[in-house]
Design a protein around this ligand. Sequence first.
Ligand code: GLA
Length: 393
Amino acid sequence: MKTIYLFLLVCLATTSSIFGQKFENLALTPPMGWNSWNTFECAGVNETVIREMADAMVTKGLKDVGYEYIVIDDCWQIDRDENGYIIVDKEKFPSGIKVLVDYVHSKGLKFGIYSDAGTMTCAKRPGSKGFEYKDAETYAKWGVDYLKYDWCYTEEQDAKTAYKLMRDALYKAGKPIVFSMCEWGENKPWEWAENVGHLWRTTLDIDMKGRFDGNINGNLIGWSDLVDLQVGLEKYAGPGHWNDPDMLAVGNNDMPINEARAHFTMWAMLAAPLMAGNDLRTMSFSDQEILTNKELIAINQDVLGKQGFKVKDYGNFEIWQKPLLNGDIAICLFNRETSNNKYQVNWKQMNIKGFSEEYSIKNLWEDKTIGTTNTNFLIEVPARDVVVFRLAK
Ligand code: GLA
């Protein structure tokens, strides 16, 4: 009996080391936080910015509604020492990273860091290739909670192998770390990364100036184009493994309020990670209101973990659905036109999956309950804007 037991134990141990493992029970709802890249890029990021952003996340009410990760993107690292351990850029981060991690933790928040699977990061700082185990060990020692792992300068590397290698390194280091894969969807990570990362980018970078659409200019894509690229990916998302259409551009470059509302709503509907990228210290009141809307965040963070999908497409006017816990349903009318659009809501003809009975309707941005689905009505959706309903049984 004892021998069989031992044999089974050995089998189990070998299996998990052959197949590797990510940290389970992390990111059971889409991660929420802030990332330095879209506003500060390489030149502007430093420890003062990161500290002040952690402060602002608390004072501006973002922490209260669920934002938790403060992520330093590229450019915190400068070199490696003679043993291969990463060296922090002391000009930008004179106190080192550990002190900053402790500071962020002292605010009740979590800390994220950035590296790259290749020889260099996208901003040409040292990448992790060949140093995966050392880097993972370092992050664990610092108390890091989240790693964004990029895909620049990877030449002939195989994405699956490279991301699994870092997953295994993180696991071995022993500190639970959310693994955010950033290979821009080039190798269709949704098809193979469920057991590798907790989230994976599905596209190239969002236009950090927050443009609505158009002009796929190098790496920059308007946010509504990113929405199109999520169609059909919904079956790959769920608790602990999310499609990531990139960070939020709300508040960047004075994005108009209607577009900011529509952008935030679509990210909520898509069960996308909600990573703000604006300057939280100086954001406008309307951007703050959008980023902290509890009803929309509840749609995004719904524990059923279903990614929303399109149920009707009239060209520049679309209807999206997101199934929620207990049979509730979020419905979003998305008007991409630059003019207002009147829409006749006919509940039974909207193609809503699982629509079965009478629901009460709440208009989420207006924060108003407006009757039940037994009544149809005409509604106006403003230009480049949304109307979102929560249907409750
Ligand atoms: C890539 C990523 C971005 C950002 C930059 C940093 O472009 O996709 O999100 O991390 O690198 O250099």
